[in-house]
Unconditional design. Structure first.
Length: 204
């Protein structure tokens, strides 16, 4: 009967060791859960930063694809304005025979607003062109040089009829053509009529 009470104290250490094992396992599980949560948080944060970087890079590249054209290109894109005049039929200045010219003219304007202004001055412009043609001979108008000279004269006189101050081109003499005596040409005054085009040119 004396051996039975001695066996009870031997079981106490086993139950204590089991509790310690449970506490250690619980602590390890807690550490693992905390570590896993922290790792997941860091991964999610780094993923958000990567997406933000990609978005910022895309925003930086987008304006490069939508560059506005320079001002010079815009100016070149504006088409010129053409103002056709009714055909002119004029007796020429030939003395030997009676000659006349039928000429169709179209004015090229640098500004669309000036086209409306030309319509208001049309009677004065037509008068100026008729006077120029009436002083020409058939021989002068048959050559290409004569037609080019006529176009320049029409551009100047038509602009003058609208009130613009246009200077005559300077003609160099033989003495002025030498390098020592050559004078500087004056700056050309503004003329809204940039070119004169012929729609038809008949001399009879």
């Amino acid at each position: 009967m004396s051996a039975a009470p001695a066996a009870a104290p031997a079981e106490a250490p086993k139950s204590g060791s089991k509790k310690m094992i449970i506490i250690i396992v619980a602590a390890l599980v807690t550490v693992l859960l905390i570590g896993g949560g922290a790792a997941a948080f860091l991964l999610m944060k780094s993923g958000d930063q990567t997406e933000a970087t990609d978005d910022e890079g895309y925003e930086d590249e987008a304006p490069a694809k939508k560059k506005a054209p320079p001002e010079k290109d815009k100016e070149k894109a504006i088409p010129p304005t053409f103002v056709p005049l009714d055909p002119f039929v004029v007796n020429l200045a030939d003395r030997d025979s009676e000659r006349f010219a039928q000429v169709g003219i179209t004015l090229q304007i640098d500004d669309p607003k000036t086209a409306e202004e030309i319509k208001a001055y049309m009677p004065a412009i037509r008068n100026a062109v008729l006077l120029i043609l009436s002083y020409k001979t058939a021989e002068e108008l048959l050559s290409n040089e004569g037609k080019l000279k006529l176009a320049d004269e029409i551009a100047r006189e038509a602009a003058r009829a609208m009130g613009y101050e246009i200077e005559d081109p300077e003609e160099e003499t033989a003495e002025e053509a030498t390098p020592k005596k050559r004078k500087r040409k004056k700056v050309e005054s503004y003329n809204p009529i940039t070119k004169v085009h012929y729609a038809n040119f008949i001399i009879q």
